[in-house]
Structures are given as structure tokens and as C-alpha cells.
Design a binder for this molecule. Structure first.
Ligand SMILES: Cc1cc2nc3c(=O)[nH]c(=O)nc-3n(C[C@H](O)[C@H](O)[C@H](O)COP(=O)(O)O)c2cc1C
Length: 452
């Protein structure tokens, strides 16, 4: 890593709908509706590249939120993140409208095959010149299982055990084309057959023979993102992630978790400075404090209770409509929660001896509301003071910026916050290179460098 002063990594937190992770954002009068066209995504991409963002990142899930009351009608009517288009065409469209911005999408290790994901992301990486990133998730709920031919989502730790082997297969395939394998001598050989290898993987959960069908990519291999929040999830993130996304409530909590995660990375024999940790935050900025507060009030007014219940049910894989709002959960019900276990554990821990109710889950997690992540609201100076405090503590190496209006949040950020960050030397004025690895300050990936 370089000796230059640390600068923040900036990531935009997107959905393939006209909302952010904050459902209410689609209702914001300033949000655009043309999300079924490439225009919408390309406009965001150009804005982010103007603001020297490192990465545009899309969250995903393989089902709409339909666990609440075991039905989808209310979620569809509420626009509760029910549209989820496949991310690869979106990322390609955005990549063709930009030349430096990194582009990342979420694909599940539980519902896809490793060969498929390896092929999709290395193809994308070629098409956009070495700027692709894969957010590795093991997925969350039974609705995803039902869409992919299973009755139930596989158990939490089993998913991660399978995902560890999954990564070996994906990275293994990515390593099977040596540099120089392509010759393309029209009078002679297309490729050097001795430089393309079969993986021949036969493991506990996966078999995949190869040879892989996509040559090595401009950045060696796509960047890997992970965002596990449970103990097992964090271990997985520390094992494989180049970028790790997290949810920290405040500076003291973030500082302790940041250090623990970096220590875990080091204990696995990896260089902690080669792994960047970025918490999700909201930024609402205005030319004056009053304007910023007004924007926040508009954003808060777009929230509905159903958003909260739909997302809690989806994330925790439990129907939050099946219980009266103040009735305590039973031990068996808490045990049955197989989705976001770290979220469940935090609520249970904060309630101490008392069993939490639906209302407790709503209030403590803030899911579906702006309280889910820290909100930095004010003028550019005020917002940058907070970003700087987190970055310098250190709580993080950068941020995953969630939006309250699409694409207005990012336009405001680029116009107002970015110049102030740059003035303080906290943020890049120019991209360092063209590939995402270069721009993140990561070395070109080498064959086998992930094996420890
Ligand atoms: C910024 C951020 C983005 C995330 N994006 C996704 C996502 O796209 N899909 C998903 O299923 N989970 C997403 N998560 C959740 C985690 O990736 C992970 O799946 C979840 O925390 C469950 O794993 P765990 O039990 O280890 O916590 C995200 C978390 C954060 C903090």
C-alpha cells in the first residue's frame, strides 16, 4: 500500500428500483421514475464519476419482501423494494457511460452455481475495462428459496460453510487462464493450450471441472465485497473481502468493531491495510442548515409503517404480521429467526431479561427508517466534520452512502460535499487509474494470491 495520506473510499448504495435501501425514497417528490430505462442508471453513474466515487454498488435479494402477512400485495402497493432487476445489464449500461467508476453487484452463493458467477463477473469485468466488483451474499429468506426450487432457506452457518468452498471454486476458475494464454496469430494458434488449465474441483458441496471459458481480466479478477454482520459472517468477510460493508451506530461502537475486524483480517494472514471497511450512512446536505433540515423532514415524511414491517419480515425471515405488536417473542420464535441474526442478537441483548416484541424490533433496529444508519445532515462543512470524525477515529476507510432521494442525494453530495472533502485532503481529486483495484489502491490480483 502507498505512503500517501489516507483518503476515503466512496461507495453509492443503490437498488435496481427508483429507491435506495430506504423504501420511502421512491415517494420523495424529487425522485425520478424512469428506473426501467438505462437512462436512469447512466445518469447516476455519470454523476458519481463526476464526484470521483470509487464504486456504484447494487444491493440485491432474489425475492420481493413478501414474508409480512405471507403475502406480496401490500408490499407491491407500498413499493417496498419489490422491483429487483438483474444487475449485470444495469452495471454494463453504467459501465458504458463511464470510464473510471467501479461497478458492483450482489449475487448469491446459495442460489447460483460458482461456475456461473465466475463467468458472469469476469465477463462483466472485461466489458467495463476491469471495474467490476461482486458482493458475495449467502441470501436471507425462504421467499428466495421458494423462487429457486427449495422449500426453506438453508441454515445460517451451513450457508457460510458452503460459501467458503464456493469462493475456492470461483477464485480457482479465475486463476486458470495464465497471462499470455491468448495468442491470436491468424496463421497459427488462437491460444496457448498449455496456459489454460482445468480446475477439477471435487469438494464437499461443489464439483466443477473447467476449463473456465473467460480469460483473465484487466484487474486480475473482480473486486470482492462482503457484508456479513454475524460472527460467522464477519469471519467470512475477513477471509475473502477486499471491501467490507458494515452497519455501525456510532463512533465508539464503530471504532471497536473496526479494530476487531482488522485484527481478524490480520489473524487470517492477510494485510489489514489491503481490506477496506465502509459503514452505511445517510448524508442529507443543503446550502444552509435550514435547507438540509427541510430535506430531512421531507425524507422522513415519506416513511410508512408497512415499510418497516415488510423489511423486518424479509430480513429476519419471520412474519412480523403474525404477532400482536406488543406481545413478547417466545424463545422458540427467536431461535427460528434465520435471516439477519446479528440484528436479532442486538435486539435481544439490548432488552436484557425481557423478551422483545414486534415494537421493540421496529424501534431498536430502525429498519425501513432513516434511523437504520447514522444520518449526517447539515451544510457541507457540518457533514464533512462528521465524515472526518468517523474516518480519523478510525471507524472506517470510507463510506457506503445511502440516499433519501434518487438521484438527488448523489447530485447534492457531488456538488456540495465532494469539494469540501477535497479541500481538506480527505478525498481524491482524480482517479488513480482505470481499474477498480488501482483506484482502491489494491495491487493487481495475482494467480494464487488468495490461497493462505
Ligand atoms: C451496506 C450493506 C449492504 C448489504 N447488501 C446486502 C445485499 O445486497 N443482499 C443481502 O442479502 N444482504 C445484504 N447485506 C447484508 C449482509 O450482506 C448479510 O447478508 C447479512 O448481514 C446476513 O449475513 P450475517 O448473518 O452474517 O449477518 C448488506 C449489509 C450492508 C451493511
Amino acid at each position: 500500500m502507498s505512503d500517501k495520506p489516507r483518503q476515503m473510499t466512496m461507495v453509492a448504495f443503490l437498488q435496481a428500483q427508483n429507491c435506495s435501501n430506504y423504501i420511502g425514497s421512491w415517494r420523495n417528490p424529487a425522485t425520478q421514475n424512469d428506473f426501467l430505462t438505462p437512462r436512469y442508471y447512466q445518469r447516476i453513474a455519470r454523476t458519481l464519476e463526476d464526484g470521483k466515487f470509487h464504486l456504484a454498488f447494487f444491493d440485491d435479494r432474489l425475492a420481493m419482501p413478501d414474508r409480512y402477512n405471507d403475502d406480496h400485495v401490500a408490499s407491491v402497493e407500498a413499493g417496498a423494494r419489490v422491483v429487483k432487476m438483474d444487475l449485470i445489464p444495469l452495471l454494463t449500461a453504467m459501465g458504458l457511460a463511464t470510464s473510471k467508476l467501479g461497478l458492483g453487484g450482489t449475487y448469491s452463493t446459495t442460489y447460483y452455481q460458482p461456475f456461473h458467477i465466475a463467468r458472469v463477473f469476469s465477463t462483466l469485468d472485461h466489458m467495463i475495462g476491469g471495474r467490476a466488483a461482486w458482493n458475495v451474499v449467502t441470501s436471507l429468506n425462504d421467499s428466495e428459496a421458494l423462487n429457486f426450487g427449495l422449500e426453506q432457506h438453508p441454515a445460517h452457518d451451513l450457508r457460510y460453510d458452503m460459501a467458503d468452498e464456493f469462493m475456492q471454486v470461483v477464485l480457482g476458475h479465475w486463476d486458470t487462464w495464465e497471462d499470455g494464454a491468448l495468442i491470436m496469430d491468424k496463421q497459427g494458434r488462437f491460444g496457448d493450450g498449455s496456459k489454460v488449465h482445468r480446475l477439477d474441483h471435487k469438494g464437499e458441496y461443489y464439483k466443477s471441472r473447467g476449463p473456465f471459458t473467460v480469460p483473465r481480466t484487466p484487474q486480475g479478477r473482480p473486486v470482492l465485497i462482503q457484508a456479513g454482520q454475524s460472527g460467522r459472517g464477519k469471519h467470512f468477510a475477513a477471509s475473502w473481502g477486499d471491501l467490507i460493508f458494515c452497519a455501525y451506530k456510532n463512533v465508539p461502537m464503530g471504532k471497536a468493531n473496526y479494530k476487531a475486524l482488522k485484527d481478524e483480517v490480520a489473524s487470517l494472514g492477510r494485510d489489514p491495510s489491503s481490506v477496506q471497511i465502509c459503514p452505511a450512512v445517510y448524508v442529507i446536505v443543503g446550502e444552509t442548515t435550514a435547507i438540509a433540515k427541510e430535506k430531512r423532514a421531507v425524507a422522513e415524511a415519506t416513511m410508512r409503517d408497512l415499510d418497516r414491517l415488510a423489511l423486518l419480515s424479509e430480513g429476519l425471515n419471520f412474519d412480523f404480521g403474525s404477532k400482536p405488536i406488543d406481545e413478547p417473542f417466545t424463545d422458540a420464535e427467536l431461535e427460528s429467526i434465520s435471516g439477519l441474526q446479528a440484528l436479532r442478537d442486538r435486539v435481544v441483548q439490548l432488552k436484557g431479561d425481557v423478551k422483545p416484541s414486534v415494537r421493540d424490533f421496529m424501534e431498536i433496529t430502525g429498519r425501513g427508517t432513516l434511523a437504520e444508519h447514522p444520518v449526517f445532515c447539515g451544510t457541507a462543512e457540518q457533514v464533512v466534520d462528521e465524515l472526518e470524525e468517523w474516518f480519523s477515529a478510525p471507524v472506517c476507510d470510507g463510506f457506503v452512502l445511502a440516499a433519501t432521494t434518487m438521484p438527488g442525494t448523489y447530485e447534492d453530495f457531488v456538488r456540495l460535499v465532494v469539494p469540501e472533502l477535497q479541500r481538506r485532503g480527505l478525498y481524491q481529486k482524480e482517479y488513480r487509474g482505470t481499474t477498480l483495484r488501482e483506484n482502491l489502491g489494491l495491487p493487481l490480483a495475482q494467480i494464487g494470491d488468495w490461497k493462505r
